[in-house]
Design a protein around this ligand. Structure first.
Ligand code: ME8
Length: 488
């Protein structure tokens, strides 16, 4: 296994115009799984989440709701925090871009970039997608609409300040060349590299018609473009360059983002950092998109999925399980309730739940000393699972954990412990209880409540990765209820 190290992972910070949906719960759950795994290894982890609170989209949503923007965002942030608590998101810090500390630091970074000569005054006359907070040229539009989300765009004509993004073309291409993992997964890197090779335009980094934002330090009649404000959250959350947390955790090890915001993270963000003289993050990992029941999820189509409804109906862990298991990280996938029920019944109930239940049932009836020789250990390859997780391959890691669960179930079927007694039964039970204990650890990052529930029934605590080897079982079994209930 690789050495223990510091590990800093971030999710996108979400626009606070609505409650959390399945889409943005996805990177939050995946980042949580990865952060929890690193903590199991003993790594020094910092896991950041937060909210993107400025800009035209939020300003407009607040106006529509008849509130001032600050009141409006304060109300929704609470909903996000509650949702993340319910989904067992173990974040270390929740950043809000309306935090005064964040605002002050963003202003300082912009002053630094301006001092370096990378900002100049100009005029923007082209298109803008408010829901995505993105500038588009006439040529980029698709049928006159936003090429990213397909929604209508509006014409913007306003004075603005530009950032010299074009100056960083060569440096960015060198970054991608020298550090291929920066653009992850590999199959999404080509698109970015080709676009950067084709040439970079300077970008507008202020709005003079949007009031809800960080004042632009060089000209207070402008606010800083919401995307520039937002990207700096990854540093301001650590208290900025003079803070001990920055020294300890920066550069970020993984910025997990949706594929539609890869450009901002893989091109604009490193260019801003180069300009500000700050070390670059190690990886931007662009994950894929969910559709729901075969269709793009959107409120207007009435098929946006509320993750809390799924969690309340089936359990938080069933939701987390499906988010990891149904779609390899980096690919696109489809969420359907039918598929969730199939996995819940066939995998969580019939494989994991059944193994733990039958193991505990036999163990409770047995009153001898539980001892034996490891036999099931050959079916477990912790190194391979950890290697998947080092590549953020949550899908294959979970797959391998289930391969072990299946091997343990097969072991029960082969050994038929109900026909055994004495030392033979003790030996089989020893293997099953040690397997169950190890499973409680391995499953914990994916399904924390299930991991804890197994450990409690075994009379142990969820251990660390180093405890995932067959030793002496020293728990005290107290069988509880079923882990999962079959959905009929
Ligand atoms: O873009 N499938 O915020 P946002 C998978 N504030 N992931 C989805 C998804 C879907 N159907 N829908 C949304 C912003 N997501 C900016 C980010 S970061 C400095 C600023 C996820 O509220 C996906 O990760 O629109 C996407 O990148 C994110 O939600 C967008 O959230």
């Amino acid at each position: 296994m690789a050495d223990v190290k510091k590990f800093y992972i971030t999710t996108p910070i979400y626009y606070v115009t609505d409650k959390p949906l399945l889409g943005n719960s996805y990177p939050t759950v995946i980042a949580d799984v990865i952060a929890r795994w690193h903590r199991l290894r003993g790594d020094d982890v910092f896991f950041l989440v937060g909210t993107d609170e400025h800009g035209e989209k939020v300003e407009t949503a607040a106006r529509t709701a008849g509130k001032n923007p600050k009141e409006f965002v304060d109300d929704i942030v609470g909903v996000y925090k509650d949702a993340w608590q319910q989904l067992c998101i173990s974040y270390d810090y929740f950043i809000r871009t309306s935090d005064p500390n964040h605002e002050a630091m963003v202003s300082q970074f912009i002053e630094k970039i301006a001092k370096g000569g990378d900002i100049y005054k100009g005029f923007y006359e082209d298109w803008y997608c408010v829901p995505d907070e993105t500038f588009w040229t006439e040529l980029q539009l698709k049928d006159g609409k936003c090429p990213e989300c397909g929604r209508p765009v509006k014409k913007v004509k306003e004075e603005c300040y530009y950032f010299k993004l074009s100056k960083y073309q060569q440096a960015l291409l060198e970054l991608y060349e020298k550090n291929p993992a920066f653009l992850s997964p590999k199959h999404r890197s080509k698109e970015i590299i080709n676009r950067v090779k084709a040439g970079l335009n300077d970008i507008s980094i202020t709005r003079s018609t949007v009031k809800w934002g960080v004042p632009f330090p060089l000209d207070k009649s402008h606010t800083i473009y919401v995307w520039v404000d937002a990207l700096f959250n990854y540093i301001t959350a650590l208290g900025g360059p003079s803070d001990g947390r920055f020294a300890r955790f920066w550069p970020a090890d993984v910025h997990l983002v949706g594929k539609e915001i890869n450009w901002f993270h893989s091109v604009i963000w490193p260019a801003l950092l180069m300009s500000a003289g700050i070390e670059l993050p190690r990886m931007v990992f662009a994950h894929g998109w969910w559709t729901a029941e075969g269709k793009k999820m959107s409120k207007s189509m009435g098929n946006s999925v509320n993750p809390m409804d799924i969690a309340n109906k089936y359990s938080v862990d069933a939701l987390r399980y499906v988010l990891v298991r149904e779609m390899p990280l980096g690919d696109d996938g489809d969420y359907s309730e039918k598929s969730l029920i199939t996995r819940l019944n066939n995998e969580l109930v019939a494989e994991l739940g059944n193994l733990i239940n039958r193991t505990l049932t036999i163990a409770e009836k047995f009153d001898g000393k539980i001892e034996g020789k490891p036999e099931l250990d050959a079916a477990l390859d912790i190194g391979a699972i950890d290697a998947h997780m080092q590549k953020n391959d949550t899908f294959n890691a979970l797959n391998d954990v289930f391969t072990f669960i299946r091997a343990a179930n097969k072991y029960v079927n082969d050994k038929q412990p109900w026909k055994l007694n004495g030392s033979e039964l003790a030996g089989v039970l020893y293997n099953l209880l040690e397997a169950a204990r190890i499973i409680s650890i391995l499953i914990y990052p994916f399904m924390p409540q299930t991991g804890e529930c197994i450990a409690v029934q075994l009379g142990t605590k969820v251990g660390k990765l180093e405890d995932c080897k067959f030793g002496n079982f020293d728990g005290k079994v107290a069988k509880g209820g079923y882990l999962f209930k079959k959905v009929l």
